[in-house]
Design a binder for this molecule. Sequence first.
Ligand SMILES: [Zn+2]
Ligand SMILES: [Zn+2]
Length: 139
Amino acid sequence: MELRNCPECGKIFTFIKTNLCPECKQKLEDQFETVKQYLQENPKANIQQVSEGTGIPEKTISGYLRDGRIIASSENKNLGLTCELCGEPIPAGRFCYACGQKLTEGFKQSVSEINKKKADDISPEKNKPEWARSRFSKY
Ligand SMILES: [Zn+2]
Ligand SMILES: [Zn+2]
């Protein structure tokens, strides 16, 4: 048996899989249920409203959304979760559908494109003024 200190409340408890003591784990589950229920009753609430209505920190709520534990209803653009790439409002996760597709399909391609661009930018020939370039190409 392994004893641990709960990082939430500091209580010593028997470690079984989870990091938190049973009380704090229960508390977290209750919080989650509260948020879920609040959103069912107020499907258009934004994170701030949910936080005020439930007394649960906004950070915790957006964590649920990022983890996909809570998925905002399709008409709810108010939860404030946005695609990390294009800024489009999204119901869950980190990227919108389009960016998610781009990331999985075109990842390798876009990386090689970026590398090519970088090479172009640092190529000395391109940085030379027009007259210097044409002079070299003539001879
Ligand atoms: Zn605890
Ligand atoms: Zn996007």
